[in-house]
Design a protein around this ligand. Structure first.
Ligand SMILES: [Zn+2]
Length: 438
């Protein structure tokens, strides 16, 4: 048997790749990359009727009562930002939330999962929040309304709902207050000056400051989830952008899901770290540098085209000594945020994508660097993939790099991205990731 080679450009241009961290085998076939990316063809060109303030979906600013209660919100004053936690429901309308953190009405890992498997009890502070919320008439109406909505979605009839005792219905609400599946929702639905349904507000439309606040707020949510439930071993963080990426709302949001395990992929990466603490430099950053796949960096982070992914994938790694986002300094989080925002801006808002965060699990003693993958959902794995376990990615890593670089230059010329070194300006020092240091 031939040993696996991670990255092999063949004579005809086919690029065979194996992801060093997951073992996924991928081919990019020469010529297929020239097919247009399906998502660039606008799914809809229907004009919108502009409403101000926005009220297009349940995540919009006029519809605060269509999501579970707010754990936290970020409010922008002229020159500073303020975080308001556990806001009383009758105060929702007193300020405009730039970001809101709420429970997910339809949890992947439910509150009952934690209760039944671990005897988890809601923290006292959460319990009190629930009691105060329900004691407030606005809060009680909010909760009874959304419980009705949730149970109807789950197939209960009006008649069944009417027969259900109030105490039983209200028990459903515990998940809104004490659950570990949350959403962080951005304010705008459409971009500034939108005229078409496809002109949705994306991560790349944010200013650097807004994107930093979005990241910071999400990082704070991870810490809070970990503090509120001692059985949590990892919090999965992701953003599904547009329907092809699995988003059920077009309105920009991230999700956080508390887990009691790391998942197979991180398990495997941690065991690689045990054998070689420098593995994320060797097979990540250094490898990308040797194959000229690094296309952008700043003092805190580095971005390159990933190899061995089913979808064209951008990887952004933190250079911090810290292995968990909430252990990063404000500058480091800002640096990571700036580079991720630059990548979103350069790829544009029309490409459906998953943004996935990876970092050192809460109970791991081997450090892995915080990194963010942006996977472009432009292809659908089909029969060939199912039969062979070889995935066809429509773009080679070099195609992906070359698509990003000119757009990044253009954004920098327009002062839309901050202190990013692009393409050949990148210093590509050996071992640029410092997570392995104390
Ligand atoms: Zn909306």
């Amino acid at each position: 048997m031939q040993p696996k080679i991670f990255y092999n450009i063949m004579a005809d241009g086919t690029v065979k790749q194996v992801n060093p961290f997951t073992g996924t085998e991928v081919w990019s076939v020469a010529g297929r990359g020239r097919k247009p990316l399906s998502n660039e063809v606008q799914a809809t060109a229907r004009p919108i009727e502009v409403h101000s303030p926005e009220n297009y979906c349940s995540f919009c600013p006029t519809r605060y009562f269509e999501t579970p209660p707010e754990k936290s919100r970020m409010v922008r004053h002229d020159d500073h930002w303020e975080r308001l936690d556990f806001l009383a429901p009758d105060k929702y309308g007193d300020s405009v939330a730039e970001f809101r953190r709420v429970g997910n009405m339809f949890e992947i890992v439910t509150l009952d999962y934690w209760r039944k498997n671990y005897a988890y009890k809601m923290a006292a502070q959460r319990q009190k929040w629930k009691e105060d919320y329900l004691a407030n008439p606005v809060g009680l109406k909010h909760i009874t309304d959304i419980i009705r909505y949730k149970l109807r979605q789950e197939g209960k009839t009006e008649e069944q709902l009417d027969k259900m005792p109030l105490s039983e219905r209200l028990a459903v609400a515990d998940a809104f207050f004490g659950g570990g599946h949350e959403m962080v929702i951005a304010r705008p639905h459409y971009r500034e000056g939108a005229t078409l349904e496809a002109d949705l507000f994306s991560s790349g439309d944010m200013s650097l400051e807004e994107h930093y606040r979005y990241f910071r707020f999400t990082v704070d949510a991870i810490s809070d989830i970990v503090t509120s439930n001692r059985y949590v071993r990892y919090v999965s963080v992701f953003q599904n952008w547009l329907r092809n990426a699995g988003a059920s709302f077009d309105h920009l949001h991230k999700q956080l899901v508390a887990l009691d395990e790391w998942g197979a992929s991180i398990d495997n990466q941690i065991s690689m770290l045990r054998n070689d603490p420098n593995v994320f430099n060797e097979y990540g950053a250094n490898f990308a540098a040797h194959h000229n796949l690094i296309f952008a960096e700043n003092d805190y982070a580095i971005a390159f085209a990933g190899i061995g992914h089913r979808y064209p994938t951008i990887e952004i790694y933190s250079r911090s000594h810290a292995g968990r986002p909430y252990e990063h300094s404000d500058e480091e989080i800002r640096g990571m945020s700036n580079l991720v925002q630059a990548c979103h801006a350069a790829m544009g808002p029309k490409i459906s994508c998953n943004e996935e965060w990876y970092y050192t699990p809460i109970d791991a003693i081997y450090k892995m660097p915080w990194h963010v993958l942006i996977k472009w959902r432009v292809n659908v794995p089909a029969g060939f993939e199912g039969g062979t376990s070889i995935f066809i990615n429509p773009m080679t890593p070099i195609d992906l790099r070359d698509r990003m670089v000119p757009n990044l230059y253009q954004l920098r010329d327009q002062n839309l991205i901050d202190r990013v070194r692009i393409a050949e300006e990148c210093r590509v020092d050996p071992n640029p990731l410092k997570y392995y240091l104390k």
